[in-house]
Write a protein that binds this ligand. Sequence first.
Ligand code: AMP
Length: 279
Amino acid sequence: MPIFKDIASLRQWRQSLRGTLAFVPTMGNLHDGHLALVRLAAARAEQVLVSIYVNPLQFGPQEDFAQYPRSLDKDLQQLHAAGCSTVFTPDDALMYPRGRKDLSIIIPPHSLAKVLCGASRPGHFAGVCTVVNKLLQMVQPEILILGEKDYQQLRIVQQMVADMNMTVQVLPGPVQREADGLAYSSRNARLSPGERQMAPRLAATLFDLVQRSTPQASVAELALAGRESLEQAGFVVDYLELRDSETLQAVNIAQPGARWFAAAHLGQTRLIDNVMIPL
Ligand code: AMP
């Protein structure tokens, strides 16, 4: 399994490739959520490239860039076993050779990027779009695989691809969960044993809200009940909202296709999740 650290050898490999290339960008510390995306990629394309890069541009000054878990050796072993063909592990000097100030950046539409996580993480989605755009220019895949776990990120990247007339096909992968419902996340490793026990309550609350979502139900009352149940369990809730799956705008009728989104802190760890009201 070749591991590229520079653009020249990556491009040389790319030019010699036959068949379709699917690309799975990650920040490493891989888990079954990432590996499911790798398997989806392998089912859709002859070649699979996974990138591992913790992108400083998408972390705010008070966020956990320095503490973000890194485990490259273990990641590489898991990728090999999951059928990944190639890994790209750029570093900051390769991604941002002139530094991160005064950089050309991609600013996503405010309607998608200033809501939900964007409201409390200014600049986060511009950082995501900029790095994904750079990685796409380097890797030149036919297919880009992104997880629905980060649903807002998925929608914003889909919109960037459409707005910039990029030819890459964006393929979403469903949220992968532990047996108790907690969505896999690299940040779960930072939960204390007590927090880890409580963490599945986030997904359980969203699934419960989906169950109670009918066109007659009061969305405001549902959201309040969900928020109270999380707060009683010890979460500090950032948001718990029902939004349209395409526009990400708030909706006040709980109809099929709308999506419950939540972000909440358990101790130092911020967890996010989302569940759609089934069609
Ligand atoms: P990250 O390493 O957190 O940047 O995630 C890399 C990719 O994996 C993104 O497209 C995420 O949406 C996706 N991903 C992370 N966790 C999960 C999960 N539990 N289920 C599905 N996809 C996931």
